[in-house]
Design a protein around this ligand. Structure first.
Ligand code: GLU
Length: 291
């Protein structure tokens, strides 16, 4: 019986707006990595943060990927379909006394009040978040582009949130449960998430899960040095000229696409890109400026 493919990658956009050049770049690189390894490329819509979701954004993302010929494998997974999975993993940690309720507001914490909720004896009577009770371990990992990273957890000040006060499962926690459920072997995403990785590896260790291989790719910045993001109102990618956008991205990613392919349709350009993909050209690059 054939086993699972050795490479399972994924693209996991949040439906908080349209794909811009930066998010499309993450999609393209994770696609190229999966295809050059004859792996699967899964699509997951990270739609847990309901207050930030925008109606129609998920469908818009699917249409955009389609227009760019970035075809995913299997069904689209929506995080919102898996609420029971997150709760089960949370219950598992709670059973081992690894979580505690925290009633602090962002304001009290930012006023430099240490959070003392770890020491609370009785359950709180008001709304609370759930934090992870961390120890002082060191998490080290090797990133395929950024090299070795290490982070020393410092105890209570690093106790991060797993479930928010508004009952929404936090990204750090959901992503670990999701990557496990989907058997993701390789995570490709923006270098802005490099600092999140030790938290996710910490959780994988507690839950007894395999740590995937990470590749944190450069983020795309504008000429003022700001990362393109929905917050900076980065413009959505031009759906009318997908080939021009892919050509531009491949050039930004230092892959030197040949001029002869400037007018080639997306599928042809992607076939060339799969055959010529060289991520080593992006080693230690943290940001790429787009005009
Ligand atoms: N939904 C997250 C984002 O869009 C995904 C991060 C990840 O790939 O782990 O930033």
């Amino acid at each position: 019986m054939p086993g699972l493919p050795p490479y399972i990658g994924r693209f996991a956009p949040s439906p908080t707006g349209s794909l811009h050049l930066g998010s499309l770049c993450a999609a393209l690189v994770s696609f190229l990595e999966a295809r050059t390894h004859q792996g699967l490329w899964l699509l997951r819509i990270d739609d847990l943060d309901t207050p930030r979701n925008i109606k129609g954004a998920a469908d818009g993302i699917l249409k955009t990927l389609d227009a760019f010929a970035l075809r995913w494998d299997g069904q689209v997974a929506y995080q919102s379909q898996y609420l029971d999975d997150y709760q089960a993993a949370l219950d598992d940690l709670a059973k081992h006394k690894l979580t505690y309720p925290c009633t602090c507001s962002r304001k009290t914490l930012s006023d430099n009040h240490p959070c003392l909720c770890r020491d609370r004896q009785n359950p709180p009577s008001c709304a609370y978040a759930l934090r992870l009770n961390t120890d002082r371990r060191i998490i080290s990992f090797h990133d395929q582009l950024q090299g070795i990273s290490s982070y020393q957890f410092k105890g209570r000040q690093d106790d991060f949130i797993l479930k928010r006060k508004d009952r929404i499962i936090a990204y750090q926690f959901a992503v670990v449960v999701d990557d496990e459920r989907q058997q993701v072997s390789h995570v490709v995403r923006g270098v802005d998430l490099l600092d999140s990785t030790p938290k996710q590896i910490y959780l994988q260790q507690l839950l007894g899960l395999i740590t995937p291989i990470y590749m944190h790719i450069p983020v795309i910045i504008d000429k003022d040095g700001y990362k393109l993001s929905k917050q900076t109102l980065a413009t959505a990618v031009d759906l009318k000229n997908p080939h021009a956008v892919i050509f531009k991205l491949l050039a930004l990613l230092k892959q030197n696409p040949p001029d002869a392919l400037r007018q080639a349709p997306p599928t042809e350009l992607l076939t060339w890109a799969v055959g010529n993909w060289n991520p080593a050209l992006l080693k230690n690059v943290q940001a790429i400026e787009a005009d």
